[in-house]
Design a protein around this ligand. Structure first.
Ligand SMILES: [Zn+2]
Ligand SMILES: [Zn+2]
Length: 135
């Protein structure tokens, strides 16, 4: 943001507009200073160029921020989807469990009934034999 606050003014030596920024001296200078003056052979570039670089850096930064935002929104969406899936799965799993226990209860009831009938049959058979012995 440094470059954005720098304003071109007149060079006190050459009376030219200070359109250049000297990296070495961290100040503005004019074209003549840059070409053959006190900033000769210094790393200078035109201010509008510096602004352009700064602007591009800002755009890049903004893009990064936006991408992070998108990632966040995407991640939020994924979390939301996972929550919905878990809710759905919970209902499905409960249904399966309910069905399983219903079948299990039916099987137990059936087993109990069969066992009772079997006991009765054996008992009846034994009683029949014993009764016949009494005769
Ligand atoms: Zn100058
Ligand atoms: Zn300089």
């Amino acid at each position: 943001m440094l470059f954005l606050v720098l304003e071109t003014s007149e060079c006190p030596v050459h009376k030219e507009l200070t359109k250049f920024y000297c990296r070495n001296c961290r100040c503005l200078c004019c074209a003549s200073c840059h070409k053959y003056g006190s900033h000769k052979n210094h790393s200078c570039f035109q201010v509008h160029e510096a602004e352009e670089k700064e602007r591009k850096a800002l755009v890049r930064l903004q893009t990064q921020v936006e991408q992070h935002g998108e990632k966040f929104i995407k991640a939020r969406g994924e979390v939301q989807r996972t929550i919905e899936e878990i809710k759905k799965n919970t209902i499905e799993v409960k249904d399966i469990a309910r069905r399983y226990y219903r079948e299990l209860r039916a099987a137990i009831d059936q087993g109990e009934k069969t066992l009772m009938e079997d006991i009765d049959k054996r008992s009846d058979a034994k009683l029949k034999v014993l009764n016949e012995q009494l005769r």
